[in-house]
Ligand binder design. Sequence first.
Ligand SMILES: *Cc1c(COP(=O)(O)O)cnc(C)c1O
Length: 376
Amino acid sequence: MYPDDLLANWRSGRESWSDVSNEDWNNWKWQMSNSIRNLKHLQSLIDLTEDEKEGCELAHTKLSLSITPYYFNLIDRNDVNCPMRKQVIPSVNEAIISPEEMLDPVGEEKTNPVKGIVHRYPDRILFLVTSVCASYCRYCTRSRLVSNAQGYDFRPELESGLNYIQQHSEIRDVLISGGDPLLLSDEKLDYLIKRLREIKHVEFVRIGSRVPVFLPQRITPNLCQIFKKYGPIWLSIHVNHPIECTKELKNACEQLICSNVVIGNQSVLLKGINDEVITLTSLSHRLLQMGVRPYYLYSCDLITGSSHFRVGIKKAIDIIKKMRGYTSGYAIPQLVIDAPGGGGKIPINPDYIEKFTNDRVFLKNYKGDVYSYPID
Ligand SMILES: *Cc1c(COP(=O)(O)O)cnc(C)c1O
């Protein structure tokens, strides 16, 4: 299904941007200021379906529309089911609100001691430092505040967050997120990481970012110098489909790895986008070739207007079951449900334990053959 020319960006033609200089194209600020942010601009580049047009008209009240020219070029304009298209072009289905869906599906507002901090687990926190992203994923779990389309009026408060971390010596792990932290200026990122490194009990600093996927041009030598100065920095990127593994992404990962950044990937399991064994296996293989370890595969959170993206749990488990044993253990992400209401991430696994007897456990291997092992 996917060609062997792994990591070839076979959709790298500039198309609508053929007259743009390499210098501009490779400049992240050019990409940001030329991003597609409204229906008119989008329609000048691609024929939209009626559902998409209506979705774009609704976007300003739910989650803004924004797509970088670089990422837009990964879309197959002749395929209404293109996996990249579905991730970033709004659909009228976003207006459908299913009974179980919520504005805050993983209960972040419940464990929110100061603005921008989510303190759910004993030893680690989420630190939200911006509401802006390079492009907006239509299934965003934090759409209540990301892009500020819903009037949440999120404003990052770095100092109060830093003070909270300073005062809580149990926090050994800080996960910087948002929005996308890599859209902060180099100066701000340098300051933020420097402050965290000065706090003795913070031993683990990580960043969640989709910038390498939407805007690989942002991974500049200067940014890498900052990471090198404070490394190791752990980075979770968000790649959902093998076509997103372009030469540009590979190059960005190489530069990051050389700068003492350890990279993992978090995917969201999305209907019609990556809910096939071959797609997820191909994705994992490409990630490993880029030096990126698959970390989590999320079942899509119950965010309002996301039912068209959700894959059944039984199918999700079956996909993981069909990967285990047939590819490298490193290629298999941990399937998780981020529990509604703030329970945190719960691992979901195929069942390999057949039964326990008084003294033995009976186990099924990946082929379904049964083996036993003493309990004690
Ligand atoms: C995901 C998350 C973390 C980090 O979880 P890990 O399983 O350690 O990767 C921490 N805090 C919050 C609130 C989270 O949602």
